[in-house]
Ligand binder design. Structure first.
Ligand code: SF4
Ligand code: SF4
Length: 416
């Protein structure tokens, strides 16, 4: 980690307009939180003079970046807050925070015993124990899968190498340990689009939970390994490194450089959500899609905060709107309140649910067949708090496509 890059420090650009305070979900829910202007540019002036000015209430920042989206002057408000938390903050409950942030380690232990672990996570005495440990007993954990995505993929490698064009897939911890079905849908979709899929050699957790839990050094180690793996994949012929999680994507594209001091300029143009990659190529005629003609029904799309910061909602929603019979409502952007591991912590759970309540009420009012979003933690929060099932656009597209016809069309497209 390079100290010089830890603090983004463009606080002088602040115009004092207070627009950021009007969009901060935490400020609206929590009277103890000073808000983006005070916690960000205003506070940074003092902290630079004396770190003793670091305010512990900065731990409430969700790192949703809504303040940055709203700021007319380009102040990196969220980055300034996160950087100061990494620099001056400390974990309030080190064992709990470290375990919650170690998604790769915990996933590799839980996955082989998935049925037992899943049952235990629902068992009341275990929930009570977790409550004592600082994890709110009302929080529902995503269930683990016995089949790891990486193990499933190993069997697919020979068939994937039959393609003429390739993309590499950053699957992330959630697909690997909890939800391999999404990774399987990704492979189906990309194959139909004419691309063979490769894994990144030595992929690590993107580190988003480490960053928010004060583990900057570990996140930088993971980030460095991921960037090296991506460079190798691109050298070996992959056209891009694709993802299915908006949060992992945002972390690797933006936070690696802004918060961890890692150089990403060579990788950024090639690292993106699969929906952006596919949309761009559908527009240019490189990929053609044939959908099954079916009655679909009403769906709503939730823009995750990091998706809004990426500015990429349009790629997912425009692809979804190509599905015949799809009645898609794009919801007004609201924070769901979970913010990764934040909403699992006992002291944060009430804020997490209060912040998400506007979104939950709207979903219930619209009563869709399902919710669609690009973020897995939004999925956990919305499913737990509304009872509606939440799908990733990749799964919806893979299910709606006529895979055989799409595949025949795209195999005919010459190599780029
Ligand atoms: S990142 Fe989100 S929670 Fe943090 S100050 Fe900005 S708007 Fe508020
Ligand atoms: S929106 Fe930007 S310019 Fe306005 S107060 Fe917030 S940080 Fe300063």
């Amino acid at each position: 980690m390079q100290e010089s890059n830890i603090s983004p420090n463009n606080f002088e650009q602040c115009l004092k307009c207070n627009l950021c305070t009007s969009v901060c979900p935490m400020m609206a829910a929590n009277p103890h939180y000073p808000g983006p202007k005070q916690a960000g540019p205003d506070g940074e002036r003092y902290r630079l003079k004396d770190p003793a000015f670091f305010d512990l209430t900065l731990k409430y920042c969700l790192n949703c970046k809504r303040c940055e989206v709203a700021c007319p002057s380009g102040v990196k408000v969220g980055d300034i807050i996160q950087a100061s938390r990494l620099k001056y903050g400390h974990q309030s409950n080190p064992l709990r925070d470290t375990i919650l942030a170690s998604t790769d380690f915990v996933g590799s232990l839980a996955s082989p015993m998935a049925p037992t672990v899943n049952a235990l996570l629902e068992w009341k005495p275990v929930k009570k124990m977790m409550n004592l440990f600082g994890v709110d007993s009302r929080r529902k954990f995503p269930s683990y899968s016995k089949l790891k995505f990486e193990n499933w993929f190993r069997e697919q490698v020979p068939s994937q190498e039959n393609f003429r064009r390739f993309v590499s897939y950053f699957h992330g911890c959630y697909v690997n340990y909890n939800y391999p079905e999404l990774g399987q849908d990704f492979v189906k979709l990309m194959n139909a689009c004419g691309y063979g899929v490769r894994m990144l050699e030595g992929e690590k957790c993107c580190g988003v939970a480490m960053i928010s839990n004060g583990m900057g050094r570990q996140a930088a180690v993971n980030g460095s390994k991921n960037l090296d793996a991506m460079r190798k994949a691109l050298r070996d012929g992959s056209e891009a490194v694709l993802t299915s999680s908006s949060t992992c994507t945002f972390t690797m594209r933006d936070e690696y450089e802004h918060l961890l001091g890692l150089k990403t300029a060579d990788i950024r143009p090639h690292l993106m959500l699969a929906t952006k990659f596919i949309f761009d190529r559908v527009e240019s005629g490189d990929i053609r899609l044939v959908f099954k003609e079916e009655r679909r029904g009403k769906y709503v799309y939730h823009t995750a905060c990091h998706m809004q910061k990426l500015g990429w909602t349009i790629y997912s929603t425009e692809l979804l709107k190509m599905i015949p019979g799809m009645d898609l409502t794009v919801l007004p952007q609201e924070c769901c309140g979970i913010a990764g591991t934040f909403g699992f912590k006992k002291e944060n759970y009430p804020y997490s649910q209060l912040i998400g309540s506007k979104l939950f009420d709207l979903i219930k009012k619209l009563n869709p067949r399902a919710v669609i979003t690009d973020c897995e933690t939004c999925k956990w929060q919305i499913e737990m708090s509304t009872g509606y099932s939440v799908l990733n656009p990749i799964s919806v597209l893979a299910e709606a496509l006529d895979l055989e016809k799409t595949s025949r069309l795209n195999v005919a497209v010459p190599s780029r």
